[in-house]
Design a protein around this ligand. Structure first.
Ligand code: NDP
Length: 454
């Protein structure tokens, strides 16, 4: 681990740029626009889901345009102060609990795959134990009346306000730390504060022994995504005379299965594009500290007070379809993980899969080899697993059947755009990394996501 910010050589800079998706001439404008607009959007979505009839964006927009005090005043009125004592307590306790679990929950050391600068970060594999412990703690608080978890619903706008301030300050600290005292050689500045703020400076920063991205992405973002819907379900019970509506149940349980799958695979995630290539900046850290808690939980937030009573069979079909989609997504990720960890010596769909032995050069000019799977779901298309990922999210949104379309389905819409963009980014990155080997994979598996279409 070095303590000096490194100037990037040509191929490393190309890798950073590919990862960041920088376009000459637009490097500053795009990030600046997103830094200014996305926090406001996080408040808009909460306001629309909580206060606007049928969670309709069109009603919200026409109200905003007709606001007698003007649009700016209208927007400001939906942003709560970040200093609400209850919200501060909830955020501080949850973060402290997760930090303690991250560091002290027993788990084996896991050595991740090689980063662009040739490092192999080590993580503590205690995600599943922390997840189970967090769910138990939440249910115990509720069952023994130790804390009224419906407050997470009531104070949700204030919680998101607090998180916004925390995340914006953390991202500034990360730029400063990355420039002054980086944790490893996986770092590099773009010599532009806004770009550095947005894309980050370091790949895997550590503070006092805590890995920052493991905290923001997994232990806060994903964990909050599990806990918030449970709190919203408690609200649903409260407003429905002590009964949990089946649609809310379907919504929450499908997400918990999905997040269980995530923590089962957490060390695989620590080798994924988010961790191995996207740096710790606004895009990732604000995204996991604010965007995930707001957008990913938005259907549950909507359903807490607006869950329609769909026929039992409809909800059951949605539930079974959702489980199937989560399973297929898991199976695809798992095929790749098993294939790589066994060096290709495994059976996939009953036969030894085809493979490409791809060579590549790291930032420190070392030659390495990777195996590319050309079997199972990875022979159907190059990112087939994105289809069940999107459909699973649609399934846990569908209990909001009667809503005015946009808000409770916003996550699915956003996810579709995100994953299509990701498939292009990943393809570019792999083409740069593997060269002719990736061209061979492309010719053997021509479709990016949907066979024959995209
Ligand atoms: P990953 O980084 O895990 O996967 C892409 C990487 O996999 C490539 O960069 C390459 O990495 C490797 N790879 C690509 N093709 C092959 C192959 N044929 N054989 C072996 N390795 C290959 O990110 P994903 O986009 O796959 O995401 C992982 C999971 O997270 C998925 O289930 C996805 O749906 C989910 N996800 C969810 C999101 C959400 O917001 N809900 C957002 C993004 C993802 P290498 O350099 O190692 O070769």
């Amino acid at each position: 681990m070095t303590t000096k910010t490194k100037e990037l050589n040509g191929s490393q800079q190309a890798d950073w740029n590919a990862v960041g998706g920088l376009i000459p001439g637009r490097e500053t404008i795009g990030p600046l626009f997103l830094i200014l607009s996305t926090p406001i959007f996080s408040f808009i979505i909460i306001h629309v889901v909580m206060n606007v009839p049928e969670a309709s964006f069109t009603v919200f927009l026409s109200d905003l345009l007709d606001d007698p005090d003007g649009m700016i005043a209208g927007l400001c009125s939906i942003i709560p102060p970040p200093t609400d004592p209850e919200a501060l307590r909830i955020v501080a306790c949850f973060m402290a609990f997760q930090l303690v679990l991250q560091k002290y929950m027993p788990g084996e050391d896991f050595v991740a795959t090689v980063t662009p600068a040739g490092n192999r970060p080590v993580y503590k594999a205690n995600g599943m134990a922390s997840f189970v412990c967090t769910l138990f703690a939440t249910l115990l608080l509720h069952a023994f009346d130790l804390y009224d978890i419906t407050k997470v619903y009531d104070k949700f706008p204030e919680i998101i306000s607090t998180l916004n301030v925390f995340a914006l300050m953390l991202c500034a600290l990360l730029v400063w730390k990355g420039r002054v005292a980086p944790s490893s050689t996986d770092c590099g500045t773009n010599a532009n504060w806004i770009v550095d703020y947005y894309w980050g400076v370091e790949l895997h920063p550590r503070v006092l022994g805590w890995d920052v991205k493991m905290f923001t992405n997994c232990r806060f973002g994903m964990m909050f995504w599990a806990v918030a819907p449970i709190c919203f379900a408690a609200k649903n019970i409260q407003v429905n005379g002590g009964n949990l509506q089946f649609g809310m149940f379907v919504n929450v349980v499908l997400q918990l299965i999905y997040i269980f799958k995530f923590f089962h695979w957490e060390m695989g995630y620590m080798c994924s594009m988010d961790i191995q290539h996207d740096r710790a900046g606004y895009y990732l850290c604000w995204g996991c500290l604010v965007w995930v808690p707001t957008i990913y939980t938005s259907q549950s937030f909507y359903l807490a007070e607006h869950c329609p009573d769909l026929p039992f069979m409809t909800n059951l079909i949605i539930f079974v379809a959702g489980c199937l989609m989560v399973y297929i997504n898991y199976e695809a990720d798992n095929q790749r993980a098993v294939f790589r960890s066994s060096g290709g010596k495994c059976l996939i769909w009953g036969k030894v899969p085809d493979k490409i032995v791809a060579e590549y050069q790291t930032g420190s000019n070392e030659m390495k080899k990777s195996l590319l799977l050309v079997g199972g779901w990875w022979s159907v298309s190059r990112h087939f697993h994105y289809i069940p990922e999107i459909l699973a999210s649609l399934c846990w949104s569908l209990p909001a059947w009667n809503s005015a379309f946009v808000a409770p389905y916003f996550y699915t819409t956003y996810l579709t755009i995100l994953l299509i963009d990701r498939s292009y980014r990943d393809d570019d990155r792999c083409a740069k990394k593997y060269g002719t080997y990736w061209s061979e994979y492309r010719s053997r598996v021509p479709s990016k996501i949907i066979p024959g279409i995209l």
